[in-house]
Design a protein around this ligand. Structure first.
Ligand code: NIG
Ligand code: FE
Length: 419
C-alpha cells in the first residue's frame, strides 16, 4: 500500500504505544517515544510508524511528504470528561469562591449548577450548537481530537434531550469526535427540592428515552454530599447498566463518600475527580482496573488539594487527565492548563501526562482500539508541536506550542489556528 501522507524527520515522536516491559519507569511511563520518527498515512489511518528512514516502498508520485525537523508529535488528545454543552456563564461566583464560600454551599442556595440549569433551559438548540462549536475549535487548537460531553444542565427530559441532541449535531458537523454521556443525575432540580425520590423516578424515565433515542453511550452521576448518596448512585447506575449504558462516576470530589469503591463495585469504566479518595478506594480501582480520571484544573480552580495521583500510580492505578470543562468548577477549555498543573502541581512526568491524555483518555471512552496511540490501523489523529522535544512543551508552561493538529489524516489546525 502506498502512503498518501508521510511525516518524517520527527525529532521526537511519542506514539503512546504501551510497552509491557519497560524498566525503571512507572506503569504510567511505559509508552514509546521514538527519536527521528516517521508516520505514514493512508485514508485517514496509520499504515506505518517507526524511527529512522521511512520505507521507500510507501512512496509514489502522489505521496505528500512533510519534514518535521525540530518538531515533536504526540497522538491526538482525548479530553474524556467535559460538560461542554451549557447556557450562560458563572463569573459572578468567582469572587464569592475566592472569599471562601464553599462550592456545595453555592449549589445549596440555588446557584452553581442550578443557575446553569436555568440558562441552559432558556437557550435554544441553535444557540447551544453555535457556542459548542466555537469551544470545540478552541479545544482543537490545544491539541484535542476527541471530546466527551455530558448532559446534566437540563434536569428535565426536554432539556436533557436538547443537550444530547446538541452532542449529536456537533459530533456530525465538527471535525472533532464527540462522545455523549447522559448525566441527568447531576443535581436535584429546584422543582424537586425536598423530593429527591421523585426526581430519581423521573431520572429512570429519562434514561429510558435517552437509550431508545440512542443519544448517549455512557451514564454518569454526581455522587457527592448533599447531591446523590452512594446508595442513590448504586441504584441509578445499576438501572443505567441494565439499560445498556456504560458507566462513569463523579466520585469523592469534595467529600470522601466511597464513590471510588462504588465505581469499582459496579464496573464503571472510569471514576472521576477523586480528590478525596480513600486508600481502600485506590485498592479497589487497581483491582478492578478502573481508570482514575483526574481533573486538575478543577482542583486548581476550587482551591482544593489535588487527587493523590502519585500514590495511585505507585499502587498501579492507570490515570487519565481531562479538562472537566464546565462553567462552574473548571471554566477552562485549555487542556494544556490541566497538563501543566499535572506536571508542576501534581508532579507527574511529561511521559506520564501524555499517556494520561492519550491512550488512557481513549480507554476511559472505550475507544482504545481506534484512537489514543499512533499504531498501525488506528486513526491518524495527532498533534505537531513547534518544539524539538517533549520536555520542552512542559518546561515552557502556559504557552500553547501546538502548531498543527490532524484528525484522521486531515489537517484541522495550522499555525495554531483551527482551519
Ligand atoms: O465535574 N461536580 C460536578 N459537576 C461539575 C461541575 C459542574 C458545575 O459546577 O457546573 C464538575 O466539577
Ligand atoms: Fe465533571
Amino acid at each position: 500500500m502506498k502512503a498518501e501522507l508521510i511525516l518524517y524527520n520527527i525529532e521526537e515522536l511519542v506514539t503512546s504505544r504501551e510497552i509491557i516491559e519497560k524498566k525503571d519507569s512507572s506503569n504510567m511511563e511505559n509508552i514509546e517515544l521514538l527519536k527521528n520518527g516517521y508516520l505514514a498515512i493512508n485514508q485517514g489511518k496509520i499504515i506505518e510508524v517507526g524511527s529512522g528512514s521511512y520505507p521507500e516502498a510507501l512512496v509514489d508520485k502522489n505521496t505528500k511528504m512533510v519534514d518535521l525537523k525540530n518538531k515533536t508529535v504526540i497522538p491526538g488528545i482525548v479530553d474524556s470528561h467535559t460538560h461542554l454543552v451549557h447556557g450562560g456563564s458563572r463569573e459572578n461566583e468567582l469572587t464569592m469562591k475566592i472569599k471562601g464560600v464553599p462550592y456545595l454551599e453555592i449549589l445549596k442556595s440555588g446557584g452553581g449548577i442550578l443557575s446553569t440549569v436555568i440558562a441552559t433551559r432558556k437557550a435554544t438548540e441553535k444557540e447551544l450548537v453555535e457556542k459548542s462549536l466555537k469551544i470545540l475549535d478552541r479545544m482543537a487548537e490545544y491539541g484535542v481530537t476527541t471530546v466527551e460531553s455530558k448532559s446534566g444542565y437540563g434536569l428535565d427530559l426536554e432539556t436533557e434531550l436538547k443537550q444530547l441532541e446538541v452532542n449529536k449535531i456537533i459530533n456530525e458537523t465538527h471535525s472533532l469526535d464527540v462522545v455523549s454521556t447522559f448525566m441527568g443525575a447531576h443535581a436535584i432540580p429546584t422543582e424537586f427540592k425536598g423530593n429527591k425520590e421523585g426526581y430519581i423516578q423521573e431520572l429512570m424515565k429519562m434514561m429510558e428515552v435517552v437509550k431508545e433515542k440512542k443519544l448517549a453511550e455512557f451514564c454518569d452521576i454526581f455522587c457527592e454530599d448533599a447531591v446523590f448518596t452512594v446508595e442513590d448512585s448504586r441504584r441509578i447506575l445499576m438501572a443505567a447498566k441494565d439499560k445498556g449504558f456504560k458507566l462513569k462516576i463523579h466520585a469523592d470530589e469534595i467529600v470522601s463518600l466511597g464513590g471510588a469503591e462504588l465505581g469499582a463495585e459496579l464496573g464503571c469504566i472510569s471514576a472521576d475527580h477523586l480528590m478525596a479518595i480513600s486508600d481502600l478506594g485506590i485498592q479497589k480501582l487497581k483491582e478492578k482496573k478502573i481508570i482514575a480520571n483526574i481533573l486538575p484544573s478543577t482542583s486548581f480552580n476550587l482551591g482544593k488539594t489535588y487527587a493523590p495521583v502519585r500514590k495511585m500510580i505507585d499502587e498501579g492505578v492507570e490515570i487519565a487527565i481531562s479538562s472537566d470543562y464546565n462553567p462552574g468548577s473548571s471554566p477552562c477549555e485549555n487542556i494544556g492548563i490541566a497538563m501543566a498543573i499535572s506536571c508542576c502541581g501534581i508532579r507527574m512526568t511529561p511521559l506520564e501526562i501524555i499517556k494520561a491524555v492519550t491512550i488512557n483518555g481513549a480507554k476511559s471512552l472505550c475507544l482504545e482500539d481506534k484512537i489514543g496511540s499512533l499504531e498501525v490501523g488506528k486513526d491518524a489523529d495527532f498533534v505537531v508541536f513547534d518544539k524539538p522535544n517533549l520536555e520542552y512543551i512542559f518546561y515552557n508552561f502556559g504557552v500553547n506550542n501546538v502548531e498543527e493538529v490532524y484528525k484522521r489524516g486531515i489537517k484541522i489546525v495550522e499555525n495554531g489556528r483551527k482551519i
